[in-house]
Design a binder for this molecule. Structure first.
Ligand SMILES: [Zn+2]
Length: 288
C-alpha cells in the first residue's frame, strides 16, 4: 500500500485488511476490504484535495442540453415521489435537504413539486449561484450548519459518499437531523456491476481526474452494512444501468453496438443488482 495514501482503512468501518485488486489506476491498484468488499483508492491527500477543487470552478455543473435537463428532472421527480410515498405525506408537509446540492437542480425540482426544499453545498461559488437563482441553499458542510436535531423529514445525498474517507460521520449527522421515521436517500456507483466486470479500470467513475475526489467505491452489501452501522433501517437498495464503453473510447460503430447490448441488459441488471448506479432508501427507525 502507498504509505502516503489518503484512505488507510475501510470507510465502512471494518477492521479487515485492505489488499490490492487487479483494477489498476494511475494512483496504484484499488484496494479491497476483505470483509465487505469495499474498494478504496490509493491516492495521496495532496492529490485528493487538488481534484476536489473542480467543484468550485465557475463553469462546473452548468445546466446541460435540454434533453439532458429533462432526463435529470424526470429522475428527480421519480425519487421525490418515492420519498413522499415512503413518508406517507404530501410534498408541502415534507421538509427536505439535499446535501452536496451543487447548483440546486434537485432542490429546484423539489420546490417546484411543493416540497419545503433546502440544500447545502461546500463549494462557495456554486452555493452562491444556487442562492442567486432563488433557492434556499447554505454554504459549507452539513455538520457546520448546526441544524437542531429532528429538523428534517428527508435528507438526500447524491454522489457524495464516494468522496468521503469517513462516511459514518456524515451519516450520523443525517440521522440526527432526521425525525424518527424520516427517509435518507443516497446514490453512488456500484462496483458489483456488470459495468465494472466489463470495463474494470476504464470505467470513468474510477477516474479521479474526471470525477474529483472519488476514493471509496461501494457494493450493495457494503452500503447496507454502512447504513446499519449508522443506525438506519434499509427500506430498499436498487441498482440500474449498464455500459461497456465510455464515449470516444472505441470507434463509433462499436460504441453503438455496446450501447445496444447495454440497453438489453438494463432490465436483468436491475433485477440482479448488477447495474452501476446504486441507490438506497433508508429510514431512521420510528422508535429512536
Ligand atoms: Zn469493509
Amino acid at each position: 500500500m502507498n504509505p502516503q495514501a489518503f484512505v488507510t482503512a475501510c470507510p465502512v468501518g471494518c477492521e479487515a485488511p485492505l489488499s490490492a485488486t487487479g483494477i489498476v489506476l494511475p494512483e496504484g491498484p484499488l484496494l479491497r476490504c476483505a470483509d465487505c468488499g469495499q474498494l478504496v483508492s490509493q491516492v495521496t491527500a495532496a492529490r485528493y484535495w487538488e481534484t476536489m477543487k473542480q467543484f468550485d470552478q465557475p463553469g462546473y455543473n452548468q445546466p446541460g442540453a435540454p434533453s439532458q435537463r429533462e432526463r435529470g428532472s424526470r429522475v428527480a421527480r421519480r425519487r421525490l415521489n418515492a420519498i413522499a410515498a415512503l413518508l406517507g405525506r404530501r410534498p408541502q408537509d415534507v421538509r427536505l435537504i439535499d446535501v452536496g446540492c451543487s447548483r440546486g437542480h434537485f432542490v429546484r425540482t423539489a420546490a417546484d413539486l411543493g416540497f419545503r426544499a433546502e440544500g447545502v453545498e461546500p463549494a462557495p461559488h456554486i452555493a452562491a449561484a444556487a442562492r442567486a437563482a432563488g433557492l434556499n441553499v447554505y454554504t459549507g458542510l452539513l455538520e457546520e450548519q448546526r441544524f437542531p436535531e429532528r429538523s428534517f423529514d428527508a435528507v438526500t445525498l447524491f454522489e457524495v459518499i464516494e468522496h468521503l474517507r469517513e462516511p459514518r460521520k456524515l451519516l450520523a449527522e443525517c440521522r440526527r437531523l432526521l425525525r424518527p421515521g424520516g427517509v435518507l436517500l443516497l446514490s453512488t456507483g456500484n462496483i458489483a456491476s456488470w459495468t465494472v466486470a466489463a470495463m474494470g479500470p476504464r470505467w470513468d467513475y474510477f477516474d479521479i481526474a474526471r470525477d474529483g475526489g472519488h476514493i471509496s467505491f461501494f457494493n450493495p452489501q457494503s452500503l447496507g452494512r454502512l447504513a446499519a452501522a449508522c443506525g438506519f433501517a434499509v427500506v430498499r437498495i436498487q441498482t440500474a444501468r449498464v455500459k461497456f464503453h465510455e464515449r470516444g473510447e472505441v470507434p463509433a460503430g462499436r460504441y453503438t453496438l455496446g450501447k445496444i447490448a447495454a440497453e438489453l441488459l438494463n432490465y436483468p441488471a436491475r433485477l440482479l443488482g448488477r447495474g452501476h448506479d446504486l441507490r438506497a432508501y433508508l429510514r431512521r427507525p420510528v422508535n429512536t
